[in-house]
Design a protein around this ligand. Structure first.
Ligand code: ATP
Ligand code: MG
Length: 605
C-alpha cells in the first residue's frame, strides 16, 4: 500500500480524550477514531491488526476441533427471560442495550450469546452421539458499559471471539476446558503478549470454575495477586489468603465507653490504643434483588480487613430466594440520599454494632423489614473485641459473641485478600500484586443455562438429561490494544511482528530523487510479491516527518533507500531496537524473510 493513496492522518499532540499510552498512540497514529462514548471506528491499519489477531484466534480454535459459525446480534427477550437474565442485564447496572421493534416485541443487542446458543442446542442436539460439540464465532458485541474508557479496552461496541461447548458430563467438559486453556495461551503467546492465567470469579455469567488471561500492564483495570513460587495467581475479586493473626485483646471486661470523634477505625484505635485486629467493624450495604426487593445488610468484619464486594455479592445471590428473586441487581454502600429512602431515624454512622435494631428500617413494600446480618470469618473468632454501641460517640469494649451479641447465624468469607497476606497453599509464601488487562476468560458453566432453558439430550442409558456446558471468550479488540500497552516507546507503537498491520515500510527520503524512487518501487514490488507486507511512504513530505510517522505507527522494519544507494545499499532499521544497518539491496528480501520467520517462530514455540 502506498501512503500517498491511503487515509493516513497522524497527530503530533496527544488527544485530550485519551488517558493511557495505548489509547493515545492508537488515536495519534490514526488507527482508530472516536465516534461516540465507547464507540470507535477501526481505520484501515487497525482493521489489518484486528484481522491478524482474529486469524490467530481462529487457527488456535480450529486446531482444537471447534467449529466457526455466526450468531445473530439481535436477540429476542424471550430467550433471556427463559434463562432468567433479562432483568439483570437490562435493569439497574445491567449492560444490555434493549429495544422494542415495530411490533412491540422486546429485543436485546447481544452482549454475549449463552441464550442463543443454548436455544440452538436445545433444538438440534438430541443424543449423546452428537457430543461433545464446540461452536465459536468472532463478532461485534454490544455492552452499555457504566464506564466506557481507554479506547478499545472498554468499548460499548467491541469485537469478541466467544465459544460454547456442550458435553455429556463434567469429565468431557474439563477436557475441553483444558484444551481451551492451551489454545488461549497459544493465542496470546503468538500475538507476542506477556500474560498470566489466573483464577477468576464467574460473575453474572455463572457456573463453577473459571480462569482469566491477564496481559500484565500498569494500566490494567484488574488486580492480580500471585505468589513468587508460581503456584498461585488469582484475580483479587476471587483471591483467598490467610489474614494476619489478631493481636490478643487488652480488654477483659465488657463496658460501654464514650469515644467522641471516633467514626473511623483509625481514630478509634488511636483512642483505645488498640490494634484494628481487636475491632469488629460493621459496614452497611444496600442490595436490590431482581424481585424488586431492597435488602439492607450489616456486614461485620475484623477492623483491619476490607470487604470484597464481589464475594459479598455472590453470598447475597445465594440468599436471593429468601427475597423472592434469583439475582442481585445492585449492591452499594448507601449514601445519605439513599438512606433517606428507608431509614426511620438517623443512623449512628461510624458507631454501628452488629445488632443495630431493625426499627431503623421504615416499613414499606419492597423493603425487607429486617437487617440481613453477615459476619466474616475474621470477625467470628474475636474475643473481648471493640465495636460500635449503636449510639453516636460511643463504643463498647470487651465484647463477645454469644454473650453481648447474638452468635452469628450467617458466617461467610467475604474479606479481600491483599498483597502481603500469607498464601493458603504455603503460608511461607506471601501474595504479591500486579496490574492486568483481562483479555480472555474461560468458564465451566455446567448446567446453569441448559437447565433453565430445558436443553437436554438423551443419554446412553436413554435418559433425558441437561447438557453440560462451557463458554470461552477472548476480547479481540481489547487484545490488540493491550499489545500496544505492553509495547511502545516515546516515539510510538512497537507492534509485535505477528500482529503488525504491515511487516515493513519503505521510506523514500526524497521523492524528487529518481534513483531513490526507482529502488524503492522495485523493492516494494518484490517484497510484497514474496509475502512481506510492505508499505511505501511515497508522500511528498520531509524525510524527518516520514521517519517520525514510521516510528509512530510502529511497523517492525523500515527500509530507507538513501545516500548509500550509490554503493547499491539501503538502510534497514529495526523499530523495536532501533538497530540500523546498511545492506546490499539484494539481501533485503532474504534477510527480512528470515527475521520475520524467526520473530513468528519465537512467539509460537
Ligand atoms: P470485564 O470484567 O473487563 O468487564 P467481562 O468479565 O465482562 O470483562 P467477559 O464477559 O468474560 O468479560 O468477556 C470476554 C472478553 O471480552 C473479556 O475477557 C474481554 O477481553 C472482552 N471484553 C469484555 N468487555 C469488553 C469491553 N467493554 N470492551 C472491550 N472488550 C471487552
Ligand atoms: Mg470476565
Amino acid at each position: 500500500m502506498r501512503l500517498s493513496s491511503m487515509l493516513f492522518v497522524t497527530l503530533r499532540e496527544d488527544p485530550a480524550e485519551a488517558e493511557i499510552p495505548s489509547h493515545k498512540l492508537l488515536l495519534r497514529a490514526g488507527y482508530i477514531r472516536r465516534i461516540g462514548s465507547g464507540i470507535y471506528a477501526y481505520l484501515p491499519l487497525m482493521w489489518r491488526v484486528l484481522k491478524k489477531v482474529s486469524q490467530i484466534v481462529r487457527e488456535e480454535m480450529d486446531a482444537t476441533g471447534a467449529q466457526e459459525c455466526l450468531l445473530p446480534q439481535l436477540q429476542p427477550s424471550d430467550l433471556w427471560r427463559e434463562s432468567g437474565r433479562w432483568d439483570t442485564y437490562t435493569k439497574a447496572e445491567g449492560i444490555m442495550f434493549a429495544l422494542t421493534d415495530r411490533q412491540e416485541r422486546e429485543l436485546g443487542l447481544g452482549p454475549t450469546h449463552e441464550e442463543v446458543i443454548t436455544t440452538i442446542a436445545k433444538e438440534m442436539i438430541r443424543s449423546y452421539r452428537q457430543l461433545p460439540l464446540h461452536l465459536y464465532q468472532i463478532q461485534t458485541k454490544f455492552r452499555d458499559e457504566i464506564r466506557p474508557r481507554f479506547g478499545l479496552m472498554r468499548g460499548r461496541e467491541f469485537i469478541m471471539k466467544d465459544g460454547y461447548s456442550f458435553h455429556t458430563d463434567s469429565e468431557s467438559l474439563k477436557k475441553t476446558y483444558q484444551d481451551m486453556n492451551r489454545a488461549y495461551s497459544n493465542m496470546l503467546r503468538r500475538s507476542g503478549l506477556q500474560f498470566r492465567a489466573v483464577e477468576a470469579d464467574s460473575g453474572a455469567i455463572g457456573g463453577s470454575g473459571s480462569q482469566e488471561f491477564m496481559v500484565l500492564a500498569d494500566a490494567g483495570e484488574d488486580e492480580v495477586l500471585y505468589t513468587p513460587d508460581g503456584k498461585y495467581a488469582a484475580n483479587v475479586e476471587k483471591a483467598v489468603s490467610l489474614p494476619a493473626d489478631a493481636v490478643p485483646s487488652p480488654f477483659s471486661t465488657y463496658e460501654k465507653r464514650e469515644t467522641p470523634g471516633t467514626d473511623t477505625i483509625e481514630k478509634l484505635c488511636q483512642f483505645f490504643k488498640c490494634s484494628p485486629t481487636q475491632v469488629v467493624k460493621n459496614v452497611l450495604y444496600q442490595a436490590v434483588y431482581d424481585s424488586g426487593m431492597t435488602v439492607l445488610a450489616i456486614v461485620s468484619i475484623r477492623g483491619d480487613q476490607e470487604v470484597n464486594e464481589v464475594k459479598l455479592q455472590n453470598e447475597l445471590t445465594k440468599l436471593a430466594s429468601q427475597f423472592g428473586g434469583k439475582a442481585v441487581l445492585s449492591l452499594t454502600v448507601p449514601d445519605a440520599q439513599a438512606q433517606q429512602k428507608w431509614a426511620a431515624k438517623p443512623l449512628p454512622l461510624g458507631y454501628i454494632a452488629p445488632n443495630l435494631e431493625d426499627s431503623y428500617i421504615t416499613s414499606e413494600k419492597n423493603l425487607s423489614p429486617k437487617f440481613l446480618r453477615l459476619v466474616d470469618k475474621t470477625a467470628v473468632d474475636l474475643t473481648n473485641f471493640v465495636t460500635g454501641a449503636n449510639e453516636t460517640g460511643y463504643h463498647v469494649a470487651g465484647a463477645n459473641w454469644g454473650e453481648h451479641f447474638q452468635q452469628p447465624a450467617l458466617v461467610v468469607d467475604i474479606r479481600k485478600a491483599r498483597p502481603g497476606d500469607r498464601a493458603t497453599h504455603d503460608p511461607s509464601q506471601t501474595l504479591e500484586s500486579a496490574r492486568g488487562i483481562e483479555v480472555g476468560h474461560i468458564f465451566q458453566l455446567g448446567v446453569k443455562y441448559s437447565q433453565s432453558m430445558g436443553a437436554t439430550y438423551t443419554s446412553e442409558q436413554g435418559e433425558e438429561v441437561p447438557l453440560v456446558m462451557g463458554c470461552y471468550g477472548v476480547g479481540v479488540s481489547r487484545l490488540a490494544q493491550a499489545a500496544v500497552e505492553q509495547s511502545y516507546d516515546k516515539d510510538g507503537i512497537i507492534w509485535p511482528v505477528a500482529i503488525a498491520p504491515y511487516h515493513a515500510i519503505i521510506t523514500i527520503p526524497n521523492i524528487t530523487d529518481g534513483k531513490q524512487v526507482e529502488a524503492a518501487e522495485k523493492l516494494y514490488g518484490e517484497l510484497n510479491k514474496a509475502g512481506i507486507e510492505t508499505l511505501l511512504d511515497d508522500r511528498d513530505e520531509r524525510a524527518g516527518v516520514k521517519f517520525k510517522d514510521a516510528d509512530l505507527i510502529g511497523i517492525p522494519y523500515r527500509i530507507v533507500p538513501g545516500r548509500s544507494l550509490k554503493d547499491g545499499k539501503v538502510e534497514v532499521v529495526e523499530r523495536a531496537t532501533r538497530k540500523s544497518q546498511e545492506m546490499p539491496v539484494g539481501e533485503v528480501l532474504p534477510t527480512l524473510k528470515q527475521w520475520i520467520d524467526a520473530a513468528l517462530q519465537n512467539t509460537s514455540a
